[in-house]
Design a protein around this ligand. Structure first.
Ligand code: KIV
Length: 265
């Protein structure tokens, strides 16, 4: 059988030992996923951030499993090389191991994606272990957990080094193949990264992580609402879109579009 060029969870985890920095971005639709895959991004996350970024909701709590699967199916179909990870939306991993396996297996069966991500560390160790035992690769998510926004009291930097370390270690011991560290001081993230054998993927966690992830709309400069301070925009698509739409509007009003080249004889 010819070697597949598709990234897998074990190959992804092995990038840490190879000393290679890992890149991940979110995607929620077919064309974006195809372009990110073409760029050589190793991991694509269908994040529950789609609730805010795509659906315009105030937090990530309202997105449903069916909505996640709807978007993940498009992403899964587009991607040939990257590992595609899908967020388990609130509260689909919190209802016990049986329900978690049922929900996560729906994601894998209906989307062609290869792994799930869930928020939590020590408190989710039993669920992570059950999913892994069922053959479902799990990426854990520690630090700022947006699904726990009401308990945490806001989108705040998480500074409890002992808890962060305990959560990350518990996720690794339970069988997670990687862990996202969100919004934690760089020094704590560096220390956890040195301790773990699985890769850490940082977002607002400094340069010491094994990899980095950003929300694609933030990367492209097309986020319309709040943008966190740890984001770097590598393009200004919001400006490009408004400019293109304005020129189209002006040309239609001025009788310049459609011209002879865009008309049939
Ligand atoms: O939902 C999401 O996009 C995420 C990333 C920000 C890590 O969880």
């Amino acid at each position: 059988m010819p070697a597949s060029k598709q990234m897998t969870a074990p190959k992804f985890a092995a990038l840490k030992q190879a000393g290679r920095k890992i890149t991940m971005l979110t995607a929620y639709d077919y064309p974006t996923a195809k372009l990110l895959d073409r760029a050589g991004i190793e991991g694509i996350l269908v994040g529950d951030s789609l609730s805010m970024v795509v659906q315009g909701r105030e937090n990530t709590l309202s997105v449903t499993l069916d909505e996640m699967i709807y978007h993940a199916e498009m992403v899964g179909r587009a991607v040939e090389q990257a590992l595609v990870v899908v967020d388990m939306p609130f509260p689909t991993n919190l209802l016990g191991p049986y329900q978690a396996i049922e929900n996560a297996s729906r994601i894998l069966k209906e989307t062609r994606c290869q792994a799930v991500k869930l928020e939590g560390g020590a408190d989710q160790a039993g669920i992570i272990a059950a999913l892994v035992q069922a053959g479902i690769p799990v990426m854990a998510h520690c630090g700022l957990r947006p699904q726990a926004i009401h308990t945490l009291g806001g989108y705040k930097v998480q500074r409890d080094a002992e808890r962060l370390r305990t959560d990350s270690m518990a996720a690794q011991a339970a069988g997670a193949f990687a862990v996202v560290l969100e919004c934690i001081p760089a020094e704590i993230a560096r220390d956890i990264t040195a301790t773990l054998s699985i890769p850490t993927i940082g977002i607002g966690a400094g340069e010491g992580c094994d990899g980095q992830i950003l929300v694609v709309n933030d990367l492209l400069g097309m986020s319309t609402d709040y943008v966190p301070s740890f984001v770097k925009a590598y393009a200004d698509l919001a400006g490009t879109i408004v400019d293109a739409a304005t020129r189209f509007r002006d040309e239609v009003r001025g009788g310049k579009f459609p011209g002879p080249d865009q008309s049939f004889k």
